[in-house]
Design a protein around this ligand. Sequence first.
Ligand code: NAI
Length: 342
Amino acid sequence: MKRIAFFDAKPYDRESFDRINSQYEIHYYEDKLNPETARLAAGFDAACAFVNDDIGTQTVRILIDEGVGVLAMRCAGYSNVDFQAAEGRLTVVRVPAYSPHAVAEHAMGMLLTVNRRLHKAYIRTREFNFNISGLTGVDLYGKTAGVVGTGKIGRAFIELCRGFGMRVIAHDPYPVEGIDYVTLTQLLHESDVISLHCPLTQQSHHLLDEAAFAQMKRGAFIINTSRGALIDSTALLKALNDGTVRGAGLDVYEEETEYFYEDRSIEPIRDDVLSLLVSKPNVLITSHQAFLTEEALANIASTTLANLDEYFSGRELTNEVRYHRESGKVVEDPRRLQTARN
Ligand code: NAI
């Protein structure tokens, strides 16, 4: 029986994997995968990791040293993996789509909450404070949503926006039919809501920086369910303070690794930017939970185990992520990207 070292395991992970697994010996480690814990994978055939694990050069080298042949990422994003170190020595597979609807619906939920201050209303009425001053929102109907990244999740979010009677514009280097594409500058100028659905890459790092906020329509809402480092958080704080941004819904944060998924409620938070963001009445932060639906967890478990089945039986890997030496870029198998867009 092949053995899997499963890192950063949460109770809901065990439940969804144990429900369908019969052919692997899975050892669940609560620790994240990082250079300190990577040796726990010694003697295992595969390692399974998640979004906030530190799979940089050192971790990858240790996994290879310990004889691990495949790293199964049980998530869509892979910006935390050093593919250059892995190239040709550690196969990396991922789960490209477990439920685009789960993430898109969470993004819309955050927008509705921040706009209508539902998170504040909830706290008030729990205290029998039925005053509604300060909870004024805007109609979303007729407003412009600017969607950055029109892949699976971006397109699901666009459908939700259209259901609300919003005009939708989008920006993506790979346009698809039926969407009104504009330049990023135009999107920043015209959007009342900006929702980020592109991956984190060298090009998209701090896509929303001080210069981008300066180009935005005054009073825009920012929603980020993609990756924290798409936004320069200090620039966002400034834009929230000067009114450029009316509200922000953040399911991800650039320095989230130390905090998200953990209970840090009894410790002083050393990250001042995070503390300031959390303290703002017009900011809603959730802990990278946009994916967390029963359907998505079931899909994550089945796709991860299917990826491992393909690897161990020597079949073609449907969800392999590769590093292209010529262009120095991390890309999926180009045939799969084509299928994903269709
Ligand atoms: P996808 O691969 O289907 O679509 C991404 C789209 O972004 C593609 O169309 C691509 O051309 C576009 N893109 C790439 N660089 C861009 C740029 N610089 N500007 C504009 N567009 C760009 O990915 P999918 O499934 O829609 O996921 C999007 C992101 O959502 C993932 O990269 C991941 O980081 C995040 N995610 C977050 C989750 C959560 O729980 N918060 C769960 C799953 C994914």
